[in-house]
Design a protein around this ligand. Structure first.
Ligand SMILES: NC(=O)c1ccc[n+]([C@@H]2O[C@H](COP(=O)([O-])OP(=O)(O)OC[C@H]3O[C@@H](n4cnc5c(N)ncnc54)[C@H](O)[C@@H]3O)[C@@H](O)[C@H]2O)c1
Length: 253
């Protein structure tokens, strides 16, 4: 119960990784608040059906005012939010290749990943100050740490940019007992990605697995556990870092 008594806001909490993290946070003892653009009612109903305290709001994280008012009403319902796991993001269906990328694609990826994380972090900070502690986990990616064969320049820029956001914010709020760290997952086969992976020719799938020193694809729980580590007091003296969770596919120098 490493998050006993905590109130954790999980953005993208109706998605593949976010949904698993929301469940993991609830199992670790937190009350869970979910923000997502879709699937919120089902995600919250699922947590309620398992007996957990949870609430959610359907919000676009790009909209700072909407985020602030949703966070305020979630805090009124569940208690002061002391944990933020900012998983809303991704390459969001935008093309990989430079010539195919429109300005709208660029705006979408930068705005959801970076602006969305900024808005959510700023909205939860007053509640973390009220609680006297806080932990924020931002979502980078192996695609922000090295050149990805799958995602394009906007995703690489957004996920690398989030590392700057993470470090700068960690410096700014560290004195208030608030820690800010990033997780950088490799490829995790959520329901959305499993079909895509299965449809690849055997040789391509083999190539992906051969590029992973641990020699296998991860279980979803192997992303959930490191996120909960960064969110909990188990990492109480860690701030401003990025935790690569990729089976060794990218190793930082
Ligand atoms: N799955 C992976 O292999 C992988 C690898 C590296 C990083 N990541 C990162 O992990 C995070 C979660 O990825 P996932 O694989 O679970 O993807 P996902 O698409 O299953 O989940 C993302 C969630 O974010 C929500 N979302 C999208 N735009 C939003 C917006 N404007 N406002 C609010 N919510 C919005 C979606 O509705 C979805 O529920 C993302 O930031 C992604 O970039 C994933």
């Amino acid at each position: 119960m490493k998050l006993a008594g905590r109130v954790a806001l999980v953005t993208g909490g109706a998605g593949g990784l976010g949904g698993a993290i929301a469940l993991g946070a609830a199992e670790a003892g937190a009350a869970v608040a979910i923000l997502d653009v879709k699937g919120v009612d089902d995600a919250v109903a699922h947590l309620h059906s398992l007996g957990f305290r949870a609430a959610g709001r359907t919000v676009d994280v790009r909209d700072g005012k909407a985020v602030a008012s949703a966070v305020e009403s979630l805090a009124a319902e569940l208690g002061p939010i002391d944990t933020l796991i900012a998983a809303a993001g991704g390459s969001l269906g935008t093309p990989r290749d430079l010539d195919d990328i429109s300005e709208d694609d660029l705006d979408l990826v930068l705005d959801v990943n970076i602006k969305g994380t900024f808005h959510c972090a700023r909205a939860v900070l007053p509640f973390m100050r009220q609680a006297g502690r806080g932990a924020i986990v931002t979502f980078s990616s192996i695609g922000g740490r090295s050149a990805s064969p799958v995602t394009g320049v906007p995703y690489a820029a957004a996920k690398a940019g989030l590392l700057g956001l993470t470090r700068r914010l960690a410096k700014e709020v560290g004195g208030e007992n608030i820690r800010v760290n990033a997780i950088a997952p490799g490829l995790f086969l959520t329901d959305r990605l499993q079909g895509m992976f299965d449809a690849l020719p055997e040789a391509d799938r083999r190539e992906v697995i051969d590029s992973i020193p641990l020699g296998r694809m991860p279980r979803i729980q192997e992303c959930v556990d490191p996120v909960l580590f960064l969110a909990s007091d188990e990492s109480s003296y860690i701030t401003g870092v990025v935790l690569d969770v990729n089976g060794g596919r990218f190793m930082a120098g």
